[in-house]
Ligand binder design. Structure first.
Ligand code: N01
Length: 541
């Protein structure tokens, strides 16, 4: 990376300081700089990429097919081609290098810079932002682009520090890699991260033991190679494709559900729709079959049973069939985020892969050589903690943020998360969030959301500047209404029935509430209405 002057401890005040250089941060920097703002990014990693910088564990790859998973800026897409339909973390890093080079972003980014906290000054309407290296920076607006997974969750297993071999959370994987060849590997967790590591480990390790608490309802990825010639030919259609993804319920241009309910159509029609989505792979079977799958118990069960039977047919052992694809679902299908798999179920037919059900035989402690459960002792060379994240709110509560009059998030969110449209928190003026809590986030493709939400923020800051206003703050009333509305929307779905990170239910002691807005078009309409109505729900001054 080129040497750059630091902004720290100068009398210069930034217009905007962005935290994080993933899709959201990169897009904000590009757009705001273009609009004439004096803007910088502070990024904890040593390069662009956000989630793709930290999650470099074997097998980490995106679950949204390209070209949906990229920026719609023509200068960027016109000479970029992918090698796979679902690219891996290393190709995504190369993509970010291309974005950086094309948009000349790095000159305004300070890498290896961890933002530890910030406080708002009511007299100047500015934030003072602190970094772990002891510097502080003044900025008029602070935009949090930290993604939803900046805080890893590691359960408090007894003896965790005792294990003598390499033991890593998937999001803290060594940047120079870790060879699993010929090793005995223990993996705790079967979310998307656990599924991906298990597939890679099974190909090279002497033995892999997967510790499962809840079976993952993983869907076939249907990965395939892509060639540059076909992509180049298809590029004439990209502008239309990007317009379509921005308005689509799935935020993916070609995943569109039948408006009828699954239970309303004849059996053979339903099976045919399910089968087509199944063969397409990716998220088609999750959000591209019938509109009521995440709303209606009967329709949901029909999708589950289709998945269950397809999955069980791939497993040899009757015990494994019931453990990995139970007769009765443990939660409604799709209400915990499905993972995409390539051979996840097939690996359990191999002699070098075994499954432990930790509901049946709980982990009692981590030892210096492995894991003890209530029934057995397991020795490993490598331990993988694929145990997830304190999503969204965790990214904020881990910072020391002091808003108006010094108030902290522990007070503002004491009775639940409060935001206006997921963009701003009451009593935290001039702090804006992208891909945060109470916006679509988990239900929206990252780059799509970076642009739709991101354009709203750029418009808002541009409007404030044009009107010579220096402060924007979510009102308490609007934030209560938004939280109530989100809860009501959630009640109309099956989402609250699963112990998922969507509900904050994966973290012991975290308040159970739906953290993400599950209907992208309705969300964008609410944002548009607020902006058109002089930023209703915000106080401007
Ligand atoms: O995390 P998770 P993740 N004892 O929370 C288990 C994105 N992502 O990192 O289900 C034993 O889904 C826990 O069990 P349970 C994607 O959006 C995307 O895998 O709570 N087990 C679960 O199995 C994804 O949804 C990709 O019962 C314990 C696992 O740990 C999100 O990130 C790749 C436990 C955690 O699964 C998070 O995925 C990776 C305990 N005490 C991630 N505590 C792509 O493909 C937790 N678990 C793009």
């Amino acid at each position: 990376m080129a040497e750059r002057a630091l902004t720290a401890n100068t009398s210069d005040v930034l217009d905007v300081l962005i935290i994080g250089a993933g899709f959201n941060g990169a897009y904000q920097l590009y757009r705001l700089r273009e609009a004439g703002f004096n803007v910088r990014i502070y990024e904890a990693g040593d390069r662009l990429g956000g989630i793709w910088y930290w999650n470099c564990y074997p097998g980490a790859r995106v679950d949204t097919h390209v070209p949906n998973y990229e920026l719609s800026i023509e200068a960027v897409w016109k000479d970029w081609n992918w090698s796979e339909r679902f690219p891996g973390w290393d190709e995504l890093r190369r993509y970010f290098e291309h974005v950086d080079k094309t948009l000349d972003l790095s000159k305004d980014i300070e890498f290896n810079t961890w933002v530890s906290g910030a406080e708002f000054d009511d007299t100047t309407n500015q934030w003072t932002v602190h970094t772990a290296d002891g510097r502080s920076t003044q900025t008029r607006f602070l935009i949090a682009c930290m993604g939803f997974a900046a805080k890893a969750y590691i359960p408090e297993f007894e003896g965790l520090g005792d294990f003598e071999g390499p033991c890593h959370h998937t999001a803290h994987w060594p940047q120079d890699g870790l060879d699993m060849t010929g090793k005995r590997v223990g993996i705790i967790g079967t979310g998307a991260s656990g599924v991906q590591v298990a597939q890679e480990a099974a190909a090279v390790a002497s033995h892999v033991t997967v510790f499962q608490r809840t079976p993952m309802i993983a869907l076939p990825m249907r990965q395939r190679k892509l060639d540059a010639e076909t992509q180049t030919k298809n590029k004439a259609g990209y502008p239309a494709l990007f317009r379509q993804r921005a308005v689509s319920t799935s935020s993916i241009h070609d995943i569109i559900a039948d408006e009828r309910g699954a239970k309303e159509v004849p059996d053979e029609v339903r099976q045919a729709v399910f089968e087509v989505a199944w063969q397409k792979g990716g998220f088609h079977f999750w959000v591209g079959t019938f509109a009521d799958i995440l709303q209606d118990e009967q329709s949901n069960l029909m999708a589950y049973e289709f998945w269950r039977d397809k999955t069980r047919a791939r497993l040899n052992d009757p015990w494994l069939k019931e453990k990995l694809a139970p007769t009765k679902p443990m939660h409604p299908f799709g209400c915990k985020r499905p993972s995409l798999e390539q051979n996840f179920y097939d690996i359990f037919n191999q002699d070098n892969v075994s499954l432990v059900d930790v509901r049946e035989t709980p982990i009692t402690r981590i030892t210096h050589t492995g894991i003890d459960t209530s029934a057995d002792t397991y020795d490993f060379d490598i331990l993988v903690l694929a145990t997830g994240f304190d999503t969204s709110t965790g990214c904020f509560t881990q910072l020391d943020l002091k808003g108006s009059s010094g108030i902290g998030l522990d007070q503002i969110w004491a009775d639940g998360v409060k935001t206006q449209l997921g963009y701003a928190i009451p009593h935290m003026p001039n702090l804006m969030m992208l891909y945060g809590p109470q916006s679509p986030t988990a239900f929206c493709n990252g780059p799509t959301c970076a642009e739709t939400q991101g354009d709203w923020i750029v418009r808002c800051l541009t409007d404030l500047r044009a009107r010579n206003l220096s402060r924007i703050e979510a009102t308490d009333e609007a934030a209560v209404l938004w939280a109530d509305h989100l809860a009501e929307v959630g009640e109309g779905t099956l989402l609250p029935q699963a112990d998922s990170w969507y509900m904050g239910a994966n973290i012991p002691g975290k308040r159970r509430e739906l953290l993400y807005y599950p209907m992208v078009p309705a969300y964008l309409q609410a944002c548009e209405e607020s902006a058109a109505n002089d930023y209703e729900g915000f106080e401007l001054s």
